[in-house]
Design a protein around this ligand. Structure first.
Ligand code: G3P
Ligand code: CA
Length: 352
């Protein structure tokens, strides 16, 4: 939002600072197009490829340890279903209003999760990655931060980490708040400061507003295309993500966050036929508030791409991902969060 001369606004919850690298290539769940997601090997593969940052989802065990997993339910990305000793943990659980069946991380201690190995989530689309099933464990946040520190020193460049807190208000509701173990791990690695290459993201404004009062790392508000923040639903707040992408919504976000992480469709609206549309005003509006804009998730497989960027009819073969990256860079985004970093770099290097 462009401020009128002399216009006053509500004070920020903390001093503003900016993220370091832009435009950045960020490995989504590691180089998850090539290795089972959220494994040290997926992150290391991405770092070898030269990414600026890795993206990490966090959930919490029964004994309060933060783990790198996208889902609270474990069977889609681990071998938990093969462990007979855990068969009695199979149950139904409702998380953010969605009923699920399976094995839930909140029913396991950290030591118990350490007996599991990671699996490829999309074996049909990513058989080369699935060939790595069973080779790697489920890392803790502490282990990932230690690995990134070591890789940064070894390679002589700082690798960034974008942490996403999953289901924050739901974890809070069962007595496993994410803020405390997060702050503990950040402090342990000395990375909770304003120029940190570690940033914290969430789809839920509430946890970010809490962190704005007690953490110094950059904070990023995630925005989905459609749907509603789960913490707003729990608090009977009628606002939706569509309300938050308006200039007034962005001005509100700017009071506690430093950047946005947005669905690709919010930057390049899709046509009714599923083709890539024209840029929206979101990047311009966000930059007017000094909010950075990272966009997700860039995947190479045809089925995930706009219709006009698909190559051939097979949903699993790769389409024109560099073409999508180019369009997003043309629209002015500050970061590309991708499962296939190597396929996105050419779009960036063309510009330099
Ligand atoms: O970086 C944000 C993006 O990861 C959000 O989507 O579901 O992959 O966590 P998701
Ligand atoms: Ca994520």
């Amino acid at each position: 939002m462009v401020r009128a001369p002399g216009q006053r606004r509500a004070p920020r919850l903390r001093p503003a600072h900016s993220l370091v690298v832009t435009p950045a290539v960020v490995a989504h769940r590691g180089a998850s197009g090539y290795r089972p997601e959220h494994t040290l090997e997926a992150y290391r593969t991405a770092i070898r490829m030269g990414v600026d940052d890795i993206e990490l989802d966090l959930v919490c065990t029964a004994d309060g340890v933060l783990l790198a997993r996208h889902d609270v339910e474990l069977s889609l990305t681990t071998d938990v279903a093969d462990h007979r000793e855990y068969a009695d943990r199979h149950r139904t659980l409702t998380i953010d209003g969605v009923e699920q069946r399976g094995w839930f991380v909140t029913d396991f201690t950290h030591a118990e999760v350490k007996r599991l190995t990671a699996r490829e989530r999309r074996p049909a689309a990513r058989p080369h990655s699935a060939a790595h099933d069973g080779r790697y464990g489920v890392p803790t946040l502490n282990e990932v931060l230690a690995m990134v520190e070591a890789e940064s020193v070894r390679r002589g460049r700082m690798v960034g980490v974008m942490l996403e807190l999953k289901h924050a208000s739901w974890f809070d509701s069962i007595g496993l708040g994410l803020a405390e173990p997060l702050l503990r791990d950040l402090a342990r690695h000395g990375v909770d400061h304003a120029r940190s290459r570690v940033s914290v993201m969430s789809f839920e404004p509430t946890i970010l507003r809490t962190l704005a009062g007690c953490a110094k790392v950059p904070l990023i508000q995630l925005l989905d295309a459609g749907s509603v923040p789960a913490d707003f639903v729990a608090a009977n707040d009628p606002r939706t993500y569509a309300d938050l992408v308006t200039p007034a919504g962005l001005a509100w976000i700017e009071r506690y966050a430093d950047g946005l992480g947005v669905h690709v469709d919010l930057v390049l609206a899709r046509t009714p036929g599923g083709m890539l549309g024209e840029p929206t005003s979101l990047v311009r509006d966000a930059h007017a508030e000094w909010l950075t804009v990272h966009t997700w998730t860039l995947r190479a497989e045809n089925a995930t791409l706009p219709v006009d960027l698909r190559i051939g009819a097979d949903p699993h073969t790769h389409g024109d991902l560099p073409g999508l990256a180019r369009r997003l860079l043309d629209a002015g985004v500050d970061g590309l969060i991708t499962d296939h970093p190597d396929l996105v770099f050419p779009a960036l290097s063309e510009r330099t």
